[in-house]
Ligand binder design. Structure first.
Ligand code: XIL
Length: 356
């Protein structure tokens, strides 16, 4: 047996030398992968990441990976209300402009995120004292100003983010309280008026485990369609973890695609330490393989959707070191296809081979 393997290796090696390749281990491509392939070159649809303009500016390895691997960019935070609209009459464009300029220079799509969300609400809005007409004016001004500023430069918007609870009811947010239950529809109208060419998405999490949330979103799609209010796509965040049920993932994608809208896997990451196990100090090779399998599963399930509904897959951050999971949930975790040094993990190889 060992003898046979040695002979195969020798033949491969000689073959490589004849083809002008060296037989050093690190130059051998994983089976089935084209030399020089990247996520964006391998994917039949845009493959993206959520980016931070500060890292883009100051971290060369981050910038290099962002430039080479992705064809679609989502601003992780800088288009959220607290950053972009920090005071009633003040818009802070610089950080988001930086990202949009980078996308232009490197020929990438920008996916705007997010016009309205119950988090990232600036203090001036929390303290806003006005009647319902004044709240409506606030909402409209915010959406109109941001969408108009990026008209022609931002291809699509997450217009409303996370409006539903896992139980399928409207989340009791500051927006629901002051604007009433039909505010979601009006956000889409305001965004469409500001840029009639932009694609408009409803973005949320938990489709893979909450049939009730899926029902609520399906009802929203039907409702807006009946009223002729533009809604072009659905974002499924897919913040998964090692325990996420694969059947649920496939069901979520299939059911949401049955609406006929474009489907964006909009914030993909796979947490490997969801319980914050203190004994887990590093991503073991076995865990890295497990994670790779799950990434592979998601990419394969996405491929099953109708081609014209494949808006793309976006991972949330680039390397494990900049993952929001670590700071937001305060735990050790390794949720992304690149490690702390922006080296490719087994998850990366799994995504790449599933794309090809
Ligand atoms: C997260 C960012 O990644 C963090 O940096 C920030 O502190 C909180 O928001 N769902 C979303 C994203 O739609 O906007 C969130 O992003 C992650 C969950």
């Amino acid at each position: 047996m060992a003898h046979a393997i040695q002979r195969i290796l020798l033949i491969c090696c000689l073959g490589g030398i004849l083809l002008g390749q060296s037989c050093q281990k690190n130059t051998v491509q994983p089976p089935g992968q084209a030399r020089g392939a990247t996520l964006q070159s391998a994917a039949p649809y845009p493959f993206g990441a959520a980016l931070d303009p500060g890292l883009l500016q100051n971290h060369a390895a981050y910038r290099r990976v962002a430039a080479t691997e992705f064809s679609s960019l989502t601003p992780e935070n800088v288009m959220k209300m607290r950053t972009i609209h920090p005071a009633a009459t003040l818009f802070n464009w610089a950080p988001a402009d930086l990202l949009v300029d980078f996308a232009r220079q490197t020929n990438k799509r920008v996916h705007g995120h997010a016009l309205l969300w119950h988090e990232s609400v600036p203090d001036w809005v929390k303290n806003f004292a006005g009647d319902s007409a004044a709240w409506e004016e606030l909402l409209q001004t915010h959406i109109r100003t941001v969408v108009e500023h990026y008209r022609g430069r931002v291809r699509a918007w997450d217009v409303v983010n996370e409006a539903f609870t896992d139980g399928g009811t409207l989340r009791p947010s500051i927006w629901l309280k002051h604007l009433g239950p039909d505010y979601v529809a009006r956000c889409f109208q305001y965004a469409h008026a500001a840029d009639p060419d932009a694609l408009l998405f409803y973005n949320d999490y938990g489709h893979e485990y909450s049939p009730r949330k899926r029902r609520a979103i399906e009802q929203l799609v039907i409702n807006l369609k009946q009223r002729n209010i533009p809604l072009h796509g659905l974002g499924l965040q897919m913040h998964l973890n090692r325990r996420s049920d694969t059947t649920g993932i496939a069901t979520a994608l299939r059911e949401m695609a049955a609406t006929g809208l474009s489907i964006h896997v909009s914030e993909l990451d796979i947490s490997m330490n969801p319980q914050n196990d203190p004994a887990l100090q590093n991503l073991t090779p076995a865990l890295a393989q497990e994670q790779a399998q799950k990434y592979r599963y998601v990419v394969r399930a996405y491929r099953a959707l109708p081609k014209n509904q494949q808006y793309g897959i976006t991972i949330w951050n680039v390397g494990d070191g900049d993952s929001w999971i670590r700071s937001y949930y305060r735990r050790r975790d390794w949720p992304l296809p690149f490690d702390d040094n922006y080296e490719k993990k087994p998850a990366y190889q799994a995504i790449l081979s599933a794309l090809q």
